[in-house]
Design a protein around this ligand. Structure first.
Ligand code: GLN
Length: 285
């Protein structure tokens, strides 16, 4: 069979299962399971598949994906900021949108910064920051022990020699920390879906991401109120708070920051042009 035919077969099956970006998933399956790269597909679509092609494995992966199980769960990993993160149903699958938050935080760090990541999940945000920064120290907190197990394993494999620069602590937001413990930067991608909207999400999300990682309360803003309020105790004066938001939440989240006395509040868009990150600074006085 030609590799272009194999691609077409898989893609058609995924399209028929109603998967929105069937082509992208097909490419990942071909790369991960059949060792066929994007450049092979473009430059040599007519070459025949290798005799060693693991058709049983391909069938297994495609049929699980047809059942709308996220490809990341089937493969057990996803790429975030260029690093391979282990994923499981214990924590939200890291999204490309969240890379905007990491990139924003990277713009502003200085050597020796102490960074806190609330609702760390797989640890994708704080682990990437520590991996990409020099001489910084991070803490990730999460209410879920199972998520922290995953985060710890990700940090072990991604950080290697820098592993001692990152600690994970179990607890509900700041309750995991010591009283008055201060950070230069606080980041978070908290649960922000309105409770009533969870049922309307894609099956990959509503049936496979933990509801704990999605549910932001009746108006979706419950975590922002608690994080913004609590950061006043845990940020140094002049420290930075960066929050990922849902694309229709910028105005509300900026308002909560304003009411709490933050300054230089602004909103950063993602590459699709949607509002994605709100940031503010705790004033010096
Ligand atoms: N911080 C993690 C992420 O961005 C988990 C976020 C969450 O559980 N809401 O992927």
């Amino acid at each position: 069979m030609k590799i272009s035919e194999l691609k077409k077969d898989i893609q058609t099956r995924l399209e028929n299962a109603g998967i929105p970006d069937a082509e992208s998933d097909t490419r990942i399956i071909l790369r991960e399971i059949a060792d066929i790269s994007l450049s092979d597909l473009f430059s040599d679509p007519d070459i025949e598949t290798d005799a060693s092609l693991d058709t049983v494995k391909i069938e297994e992966v495609v049929s699980l994906r047809e059942k709308r199980i996220p490809l990341q769960h089937i493969l057990g990993k996803t790429c975030f900021m260029g690093f391979d993160f282990e994923v499981s149903p214990d924590a939200l699958i890291p999204r490309p949108d969240t890379e905007i938050l990491v990139e924003e935080a990277l713009k502003d760090y200085h050597d020796g910064s102490k960074i806190l990541d609330l609702c760390t999940g797989t640890g994708c945000i704080i682990t990437s920051l520590i991996a990409l920064m020099n001489d910084c120290y991070g803490v990730g907190t999460d209410i879920s022990d199972a998520a922290l197990g995953l985060a710890g394993r990700n940090a072990d494999t991604i950080l290697e020699g820098k592993r001692d620069r990152l600690e994970f602590k179990q607890g509900d937001l700041y309750s995991a920390l010591g009283e008055g413990e201060k950070f230069d930067v606080i980041v978070s991608n908290p649960p922000y879906i309105r409770t009533a909207d969870i049922d309307t999400l894609m099956p990959e999300v509503k049936d496979h991401d933990p509801v704990l990682a999605l549910d932001g309360g009746a108006d979706g803003l419950a975590f922002y109120r608690r994080i913004i309020e609590g950061a006043k105790e845990h940020l140094v004066k002049g420290g930075d708070l960066l929050l990922e938001i849902g694309c229709d939440q910028a105005e509300d989240v900026m308002k909560i920051m304003e009411t709490n006395g933050y300054i230089e509040i602004n909103c950063i868009k993602d590459y699709a042009g949607n509002d994605r990150v709100v940031r503010g600074i705790l004033p010096l006085l």
